[in-house]
Design a protein around this ligand. Structure first.
Ligand code: FE
Length: 202
């Protein structure tokens, strides 16, 4: 089939956050959608490699921060290009704490939701969380960012010259610095394989 048809599905972009007894954590996802209004329920699919995934499995609770069109690329780098296993992403990053005790972003966002997991479906690489919306608030009058807007206006331009030779993910814009990209490399942001990277000479 023509796989480019898949890129025509429209998505939003969100910071999905959760906590355990020692820290708050969050990652970038594009797979949040409301599925029913009575009861008010959402789903989110999360890659099992994300630390946030394990926190949600354990705690059954999470927040969704809906990113706005003003969100800078740095936010994607901060929450998408590093793992909560290695760093505390909220330690020096502006945020607020919702009633469920979990962090959310109150800048470059349009709203946030708090949710409690109802069921977890094993999708192989991902888990699909179905959850009751328990709280939330509108945070700004900006437009929520779409994946398409991110591709066109936020991620580094495909022809932008880097200072060092990099391998750039064609899907999300993530840049790996170095002459050679390991064959088993997985994009830390969108989890696409090395075959979806292109070499950009400095
Ligand atoms: Fe990527």
């Amino acid at each position: 089939m023509d796989l480019s048809a898949m890129y025509k599905i429209s998505y939003g972009l969100f910071v999905l956050s959760a906590k355990n007894s020692s820290k708050q954590n969050g990652c970038i996802v594009n797979t949040v959608m409301q599925v029913t209004s009575t009861p008010n329920r959402i789903v989110v699919a999360v890659n099992k490699n994300n630390f946030t995934h394990d926190m949600i499995v354990a705690s059954k609770e999470f927040n969704v921060s809906m990113l706005s069109t003003s969100v800078p690329f740095e936010v994607f780098k901060h929450f998408g290009f590093q793992s909560g296993k290695d760093v505390n992403k909220f330690e020096n990053f502006n945020h607020k704490i919702a009633n469920n005790g979990i962090a959310y972003l109150d800048k470059n966002t349009t709203a946030y939701l708090s949710a409690k997991v109802v069921s977890i479906t094993d999708l192989g690489t991902h888990s699909l969380f179905l959850a009751d919306v328990t709280d939330g608030a509108k945070l700004s009058d900006e437009d929520s960012v779409t994946y398409d807007y991110y591709q066109k206006n936020i991620k580094p331009k495909p022809n932008a010259k880097p200072k060092k030779t990099v391998w750039r993910c064609k899907i999300c814009g993530y840049e790996y610095e170095g002459e050679e990209l390991p064959a088993d490399f997985i994009c830390p942001l969108c989890k696409h394989p090395a075959s979806d990277f292109e070499k950009i000479e400095a």
